[in-house]
Write a protein that binds this ligand. Sequence first.
Ligand code: URA
Length: 206
Amino acid sequence: MDEFGQLCYEISNCKNCDLSYSRRRSVCGFGDQNANIMIIGEAPGTKEDIEGLPFVGRSGALLDRVLAQCGLSRKDLYITNSVRCKPPFGKAPRSEHIKACSSYLAREITLLKPAVIVPMGNTAISALCAVLKFRTGKVTEMNGKILRLGEYLIIPQFHPAAILRSPKREEVFRENFHRIASIGREIKDKGIEQVVSTRGLELVNL
Ligand code: URA
């Protein structure tokens, strides 16, 4: 079993918090293990809990549609969550759930070494801040900004569920993913330093 397989095995058998008692299936990260873009969501919903895969419900359909419009598909990315088991219906995960799952996110980042990390929504921003030990603002303030933390570019986005609730935000959501896709492609060819300097990226250094 490779390291991602081992990680997924542990997530599937995890009993770190109370959500493990009510879940049907825990949800591991999914996608290209060599991707240079990692997307982080919040937690599985009903459909993800049944299928054991991230973003297979309504939020996932919106995400897939927007990614396709930007020339990206799931096979170009690695998609994961802040919390791996479904919280009670209609409830956001609590801080102890995020904490119980944080070592899984940390290990995924170490294994994948993504150049670009896209936390979608406030739960993902908090989970990432805890793992990489930085502080930043809420998604309303940070949406679309490019934060530089060592070898990572962190580009916060709204969560697709927020776009479903407020469709006027979709255009910005799509523009951000366009930018994320082209930055990801360029980093593959030229490396992060070259991209940062030639694009003259306006960075928030952490
Ligand atoms: N919302 C999330 O944040 N993650 C999923 O996997 C599905 C919906």
